[in-house]
Design a protein around this ligand. Sequence first.
Ligand code: HAM
Length: 436
Amino acid sequence: MSTPQSIRGMHDLLPAALGRWQKIETTTAHLLARYGYRELRFPVLEKTALFTRTIGTATDIVAKEMYSFADRNGDNLSLRPEGTAGCVRACLQHRLLDRPQRLWYRGPMFRHERPQKGRLRQFHQLGVEIFGLPGPDIDAELLALCARLWQELGLQDALQLEINSLGNQAARQAHRAALLDYLNAHRDQLDADSQRRLTTNPLRILDSKNPQMQDLIAAAPALPDFLDPDSAAHFDQLRTHLDALGIAHRLNPRLVRGLDYYNRTVFEWTTDRLGTQGTLCGGGRYDDLVAQLGGPPTAALGFGLGLERLILLLDQVHGPTAPRPQADLYLVSDQPTAPLILAEKLRTALPHLAIQNHCGGGSFKTQFKKADRSGAQIALILGPDERAADRIGIKHLRALHPQETLPLTELLERLRSLPPLSIMPAAAQPTKGIEP
Ligand code: HAM
């Protein structure tokens, strides 16, 4: 019988790869806490209607990428394709929006896209959502948070920021009408996909990568020409703040994003080092969404960061991570009970170290081989001689120190000064931050 396989586009994350994931998880959690954000967790399954009402029926995500099904009660449910909808739903349900909120979440999202490098069917996002803050200062702070994250991860030279403003609803409608007139007048120059979008989602035609349509797109009515004065002022102030913070950015009047809920500021952090899937992080304002879902009018903004793409970029820029040791100390013995007891004593006395008891018997030769393969610095030996003398052998596996036998108290003294373990999740390192 053939071995069972995971679903296409849904990957297992094996221990050897998880070092980088865990580093990102600790770095981001620490950084977000420093900016005053709190974590929120919500289910991966929601009612399908939540996504159609928020992301929009005409978007690619809702039209063709959701994993949707009727459950045993006949309720229409979908695996979340993104986190904003569920986050807003949770905030409304638990009445969190009576004051400003800075929230984050992390977890798997599901989209039935064609899998390729950096594009999966189950992928992971770190999402950040802010509620109740309408001014451009928070837009700037959100982008400063991103910039600091890239710096902490050593990616500041690999990512570029593109921004645009979509304006308010009236501005977007005026732009849409002008765009439709223009595109209809040039219908014969549109490819099949864009002709289909003409009736469903014309704004997305501006995102087309088809080289034959680039001149047409370049000459199309551009959003900035339709901006309402308030949105234009908001955008100007945001750009002033970004300049003051020293955050380089490029104005991209064609940036529209693939979800319907946005207004005003939209942005993407992109890289040219990952081929076609170069957007690492995208987001913007969605000031109308909370009210649209029946909540109080609430300014809102946020971003989603694709963690698989972030890992690909880190691998590209910094090379693969070195294999991590499984333990600091590896305990070998000819007898099963005594090492179990000793290992527990050591774990109590030395909580900063990882201690692996061999388990499973075998000759000392085999056990030492395994100790070496574990990556541990030190093997502790509990053989018949050591037990008789009430001592423990200590053998350095990666340094030239003579082998010794020590009583437990002395051994603990020695091991206490061993530096904290490399395999324990490392706390985020302080960094320089962005220059004012
Ligand atoms: P999004 O642009 O659809 O926005 O996704 C955000 C990020 O998720 C992308 O930039 C990309 O890195 C990653 N991503 C998306 N699809 C895939 C995929 N199939 N495979 C791998 N990575 C992927 C949102 O989801 C919005 N909820 C962001 C947001 C939050 N806007 C405001 N608040």
